[in-house]
Design a protein around this ligand. Sequence first.
Ligand code: GLN
Length: 448
Amino acid sequence: SCLARAEVLEPQISAMLTITEESGMAQAKAVDEAVASGKKLPPLAGVPFVVKDNMCTKGIPTTCASKMLMQWKPPYNATVIELLAEAGAVLMGKTNLDEFAMGGTTEHSVYGATSNPWKLDCVPGGSSGGSAASVSAGYVPFSLGSDTGGSIRQPAAFCGIYGFKPTYGLVSRRGLAAFASSLDQIGPFARTVEDLALVLNAISQKDELDSTCSCRPRPDYTKALNAESLKGRRVGVIKEIQEYAIDPEVRKAFDQTLKFCERQGAEIVEITLPTMVEYGLPCYYILALAEASSNLARFDGVRYGLSTDAESLLDLYTKTRAQGFGLEVKRRILVGTYVLSSGYYDAYYLVAQKARQLIKQEFVKAFGSVDTILLPTAPSPAFKKGELINDPIQMYMADIFTLPVNLAGLPALSLNAGFSADGRPLGVQFIGQWWDEEGLLSTASLHE
Ligand code: GLN
């Protein structure tokens, strides 16, 4: 039924890059047989899912929506793919994204744009737009995305579903094509909070093959779903965001969510995060691009994917990279290389590292007086396709509320908080303390 639904809606939505019908059906059949023979089933047995096409799937194309990797089939599975297979889930395909996860609309894909299921002329958000759209359109109950600066939460908000960005280090990044390694984190999209918890249970295991993946024991996240109220919980509202240009309908959704928290018995506390608001955006766009320029150096025409005819090694590098990467990726490699070059390193990269530290410290201080922070996920609902594609700075500004969470490594959950008058979903996010995914799930489950 999932395949059938995707077949009907794909011509309009274009969320999928690959559909793994054959292997998926074989896996589903194996589950049917296990059921018939009375075997004990793993927690996600037979549940179909899709993943963003920047996570390695053995023998299945993993393109990162780039010409660079169009023909590439990884020789191994990302750890999250292995864990979901162990949990019995069935991979149904790979989803569209902005090339190498760089963008916020899923328009920067060599395969073309994905549409928002609620409004087909609007973007689904990005960069995990295909993963958000496929859950929102009901192809599958859950999917995986990656969030470097908002790429799970913002498309979840634009598509009216849940999106969870875990604490940095909760989920293994092994087999995720690195964009900015100190910010990247994999997480789930789903239509219910319980589904988020079930998927988080499956994917949040320690991993000896990712040195940044934490060894701390993980709880059973489904236990967090039975809270009765928000009594005793303090919800922070950031003073500085009052000065921000926020779409009035998003603001209304935010205010209503705040009222919901009050009704549930939470205490609302005003906090101040001045560095985050003033420097979060430039800080992210220096550090993320610096890391990206280094991470993408591996695409050299020798080791992975595209390789052009060339007369020398330098010629091979130059031609392969000129032909393989799209415009936005090239822009980011250029900026990243610039801020790391001698003479500019101190002025940009080092200063941004210091700003990042300050932002983190501000969050530490804020979490002295609150348990969670409420913030719109994005300043506006989904906008029209093509609207920002030629204005990178405006496009980057749209990430203002999501990026600081990655700079600090915090967990955050985006949920639907209503619709605009013309039917576009409106999202808000709860930001939690480090490792408090349970607090976020329990808050979201009360809201559900
Ligand atoms: N939109 C942000 C960017 O373009 C975030 C991307 C992401 O989280 N992968 O960098």
